[in-house]
Write a protein that binds this ligand. Structure first.
Ligand SMILES: Cc1cc2nc3c(=O)[nH]c(=O)nc-3n(C[C@H](O)[C@H](O)[C@H](O)COP(=O)(O)OP(=O)(O)OC[C@H]3O[C@@H](n4cnc5c(N)ncnc54)[C@H](O)[C@@H]3O)c2cc1C
Length: 321
C-alpha cells in the first residue's frame, strides 16, 4: 500500500462534476498533512482533454468506448483492476448514483472497508476520522480509519473546493483498458436527460420552500407571491412534488436536490431527515411551523411558531405595502 489518495473522476457532458473537484480538494488537504500523493483516475470514451483540468499529482487515464457515460459495471471493473495492482491508502468516490454502485462493487471485490455516505473526513489527534450518515442521516457515525486501503464514498456538496489554489496535474499516464471489459453484462446505450428544469434551485440565492402545511395546490399562489416579493425561487418538500403540485426540479432533499442558498425560508415543512439533508447547509434558515416541536427548528437560525398563512400575508403586506 502506498501513501496515495486516489479520486475517481466523475464527469458529465465533457466536464468533471463539482463533486470531483470537492474530492480532489479534500484529497489535497489530507495529503498536505500526511505527505501523501493525490491521484485522479479518469475513465471514459475520450477524456484526454479533461486530464489537464484536474489538480492532482498524477492523472491516470483509461479510454474505451464501453466506458462511455461511466457505465457502472465497466467503471467498477476498470477501477478494481487498477486498485488491485497498486493499492492506494484511500479511494475517494463521489456518493452519486454512479459512485454508490461503483464504491460498493470495488470494496466488496477487493474485500476493503467501505465508508459510505461520508460527510466529513478530518484529522483528530493524528488519526483520520470519517463521519458517515446512517439511516438516511438520522445517525452520524464517526469511523476511525485503519492503516489499510479504504474506500470512501463522499456526499456531494459537503466538502469545500477552494481551500487550496488549483494546481495543474503533475504527470498524465495512459493505461490499457482491462481485458474483462470484453465480457461485460451491462452497457450504457443512451444518456437520457430529465425534462428541462424551469429554474435551477441549486443556484438560487434565496429560496422559499413549502411543505404539506400549505394544504392545497391553490395555496401555492400565496407562497409564490412571497417568493417573488423576496426575490426568491419557490421550492418544496417531497410530498408536494409527489402530488404533482410542483415539478421534480423544485424538490429539496435526499431524493431531490441539495441547496445552499443565502436564505432558506421554510413554510409548513416538518423537517424530516430526508428534507434536512438537502438544505441544512443554507446560510440562513428561517422556519415557520405551527408545531413548536417540529424538527425543522433544530436547524433553523430563526423559528416562528405560527400559522404560515398569517405569516405569509403579514410579510406580503410589509414587503409590498
Ligand atoms: C427514501 C426517502 C427519500 C425521501 N426524500 C425526500 C426528499 O428529497 N425531500 C423531502 O422533502 N422529503 C423526502 N422524503 C420524505 C420525508 O421523509 C418526509 O415525509 C417529508 O419531507 C415531509 O414533508 P413535509 O415536511 O412537507 O410534510 P409533513 O411532515 O406532513 O409536515 C408538514 C408540517 O407542516 C406544519 N403545518 C401544517 N399546517 C401548518 C400551518 N397552517 N402553518 C404552519 N405550519 C403548518 C405541520 O406542523 C408539519 O410540521 C423522503 C423519504 C424517504 C423514505
Amino acid at each position: 500500500m502506498s501513501q496515495r489518495i486516489t479520486v475517481l473522476v466523475e464527469h458529465l457532458e465533457g466536464q468533471p462534476t463539482d463533486v470531483t473537484f470537492e474530492l480532489l480538494g479534500l484529497a489535497r488537504r489530507i495529503a498536505k498533512t500526511n505527505g501523501a500523493a493525490v491521484e485522479a483516475l479518469l475513465f471514459g470514451e475520450t477524456v484526454r482533454h479533461l486530464a489537464q483540468t484536474l489538480p492532482a499529482d498524477r492523472v491516470v487515464m483509461v479510454e474505451h468506448p464501453l466506458l462511455r457515460y461511466l457505465a457502472p459495471e465497466a467503471t467498477a471493473i476498470t477501477l478494481t483492476t487498477l486498485l488491485r495492482t497498486d493499492p492506494p491508502w484511500l479511494v475517494l468516490i463521489p456518493n452519486t448514483s454512479l459512485g454508490m454502485d461503483v464504491a460498493a462493487w470495488v470494496a466488496a471485490t477487493l474485500d476493503w472497508p467501505l465508508i459510505a455516505y461520508c460527510e466529513a473526513l478530518e484529522q483528530h489527534d493524528g488519526q483520520l476520522v470519517a463521519t458517515a450518515q446512517l439511516f438516511g442521516g438520522k445517525i452520524l457515525a464517526d469511523v476511525k480509519l485503519e492503516d489499510r486501503p479504504t474506500v470512501i464514498s463522499a456526499l456531494a456538496g459537503t466538502f469545500a473546493t477552494d481551500a487550496l489554489p488549483p494546481a495543474p496535474p503533475g504527470t498524465i499516464e495512459h493505461r490499457d483498458p482491462p481485458a474483462e471489459l470484453a465480457a461485460l453484462r451491462t452497457r450504457s446505450v443512451v444518456l437520457e436527460r430529465p425534462e428541462a428544469a424551469d429554474v435551477d434551485i441549486t443556484r438560487a440565492e434565496k429560496i422559499v420552500a413549502v411543505g404539506r402545511g400549505i394544504e392545497s395546490k391553490d395555496n401555492l399562489e400565496l407562497a409564490e407571491q412571497v417568493a417573488e416579493a423576496l426575490g426568491a425561487v419557490l421550492a418544496a418538500s417531497r410530498p408536494l412534488v409527489d402530488a404533482g403540485w410542483l415539478p421534480r426540479s423544485r424538490q429539496v432533499g435526499k431524493s431531490g436536490l441539495k441547496v445552499k442558498p443565502k436564505l432558506y425560508f421554510a413554510l409548513g415543512i416538518s423537517g424530516a431527515p430526508e428534507h434536512l439533508e438537502g438544505m441544512k447547509d443554507a446560510e440562513l434558515i428561517i422556519a415557520v411551523n405551527k408545531d413548536p416541536k417540529a424538527p425543522i427548528f433544530s436547524v433553523a437560525d430563526y423559528g416562528v411558531v405560527a400559522d404560515l398563512f398569517e405569516v405569509a400575508e403579514a410579510l406580503l403586506e410589509r414587503l409590498e405595502g
